[in-house]
Structures are given as C-alpha cells and as structure tokens.
Design a protein around this ligand. Structure first.
Ligand code: SF4
Length: 212
C-alpha cells in the first residue's frame, strides 16, 4: 500500500480514498488515476501503476509518520497532501502530520483540496492551517455553483461552491498562499470569471493543463 510517493521533486501523501465530491472526471470509482497536478507521473519510486494508490485501509497517523520517516524529507521542494480522495476528509490527521513535518524542517507544505472542510466539519477549521501550510490549492473547476454541482456532485449540493470560495478567502486572510485551480478546457470567458472570483478573495488562479 502506497502512503507516500514521488512526483517531480515533491513528496505526495496519500491519506484516504474518501471524498465529499463525486466528480465526473475523477477515476476513484474505477480505482484508476487519482487527482494529481498537471505534472507527469514518475516511476522513480517504484510507482509503476496509479491504481496502486487505492488504499486498502486508512493508515493511522503513526503509520503515516513511520512511512515518511524513511524519506530524506528536507531534500524535497515540497510535501503535498493529496491522494486518491480528499485529504481534508481526515483534516485533523493532516494537521497532526503537518505539525510533525514542520518539526522535521521541511521546505514547504501544500494541500490539494476541494475546499469543503468547513462543511464537512461544520465549523471554520481554517485557523488550524496557519503556520503549518504554506500553500492551499483548491479545485475551483467551474465559474458558478450550478456548473460546479453539475460536474462535481458534492454531497453538500450547490452550497459547496460558495463554501469553497469562502474557505479560500479565509486561508488567504490568514496569510496562506491560496490558489484556486481550473483546467484549460474551460472557455476563455469562464476562466476570466474564475480569475475574478479568485482575485476578489485575495487568491490566485492557476489554469492547469487538461490531461486526458
Ligand atoms: S474532488 Fe478530487 S478526489 Fe474528490 S471526487 Fe473530485 S477529483 Fe475526485
């Protein structure tokens, strides 16, 4: 079972298969390729097939730390909480692992999230990220709640969209670099709207390359 893996000079942590979304483009259902950055997969860590990332069970924090302890953590440009599902389904475990990573003096910690943690935990959890996470990357995907819901099918319905925008704004206000992302198959007009949504909340927009 793969808990952490290399991608470029980053180390990715895989915590869970679960997610509050059920995106049309997510291959979790088929246990295929997880949501990743636009980087290319590397096989330098014996990661020969992405389906290997499906977790048979959710590792305890101690097991995650044990796995990470085998790595030269300071050699990575960044450590990324990502994985097959939504890392913040295990928000408090992410915080524990991030605290431990800070003690190891890693260069940078990022999370790739759907931005729904405040809905999942029914409270504002963003203050817990301050001082631990350098970058919060949130999948925006679409320009409004209706389109987001039609694509991402959050268990929270259309309110997920406003909540993830608010989540990003709160992170930015805490001084965390916060980046919303969309893929480049969106029409240029939609990307413009998405950029405004991000900038108005003190965040950036990243337009990722679509990988079929
Ligand atoms: S938010 Fe990411 S992990 Fe969750 S269903 Fe969508 S693509 Fe998959």
């Amino acid at each position: 079972m793969i808990i952490s893996y290399n991608l470029g000079n980053s180390l990715y942590i895989n915590l869970t298969n679960r997610c509050s979304n059920s995106c049309d483009f997510c291959l979790r259902a088929s246990k295929g390729q997880p949501e990743i950055d636009s980087n290319k997969w590397e096989t330098s860590d014996d990661l020969s097939g992405t389906s290997e990332l499906w977790l048979d069970y959710e590792p305890e924090v101690s097991e995650i730390i044990q796995d990470l302890s085998k790595r030269d953590l300071k050699s990575y440009d960044e450590i990324v909480f990502c994985g097959f599902g939504e890392p913040f389904m295990r928000f408090h475990d992410c915080i524990e692992v991030a605290k431990w990573l800070r003690e190891q003096q890693v260069k940078k910690i990022r999370v790739n999230t759907n931005g729904q943690a405040n809905l999942i935990f029914e409270t504002d959890v963003t203050p817990l990220l301050a001082g631990l996470f350098d970058v919060v990357s949130i999948s925006l995907n679409n320009k409004n709640a209706t389109e987001y819901d039609a694509t991402c099918h959050s268990e929270f319905g259309e309110k997920a969209f406003d909540s993830l925008l608010d989540f990003g704004e709160k992170c930015a206000k805490l001084g965390i670099k916060t980046v919303f992302s969309v893929v480049d198959i969106l029409p240029e007009e939609d990307i413009k709207v998405c950029r405004k949504l991000a900038v108005d909340r003190g965040c950036e927009l990243r337009v990722r390359e679509y990988i079929e």
